[in-house]
Design a protein around this ligand. Sequence first.
Ligand code: 5GP
Length: 207
Amino acid sequence: MDRVLPSTRQRLTAPAPAASRKAFIFIISAPSGAGKTTLRKAALAVFTDMRYSVSFTTRPPRPGEENGRDYMFVTAPEFEAGIRGGRWAEWARVHGNYYGTSADVLAQSLESGCDILLDIDVQGARQICARFPESVTIFIMPPSLEVLRRRLVLRGTDRPEVIAMRIENAGREMAQRDVYRHVVVNDDLETAITELIHIIDSYRHGG
Ligand code: 5GP
């Protein structure tokens, strides 16, 4: 990240005193393959005092994914018990699996004045915004569905029918981008990272 953002990093050496102001909820959404994970990691590397909400999911881990870091991997009965028990601040079924945000983690962050980043889909973003209308929503767009399809094929982690489902879902999600306050097109990765960081920074510094 140093190579990508030297000037931005220097400017951010003194983080805003989170405890003295209201904490922000930053929500990023994107179709899978739009580069969201890379962008999210870049933002968290810069804003080291910002918390990341690790989602719960019933999707099986992908190679390289770690329980507790990338997701909290749970069974469908565990997730469904969480629905009944009011454990999720929001939840949705995406690509045939459950995904949800811990209500406790979100509440703790807000209470302690700590900004929190959520990487969730459009359905989840709508639910969080209904409860927290001041949430800062950012949609990451791939340059086109064709570029997205190529990225998913190159990533090689999903079967062809899963890729087809993700592309279909991407089209539906991209049609809802007006729900978001900000849209970042991930055509050139370095430019997209810089844009995302500037958006987050502008709220944290009250701009
Ligand atoms: P993936 O399986 O590719 O990691 O994620 C699939 C989709 O689920 C992505 O759009 C991702 O943003 C979304 N997602 C991940 N965690 C959550 C969550 O906690 N809630 C909701 N609503 N969507 C999530």
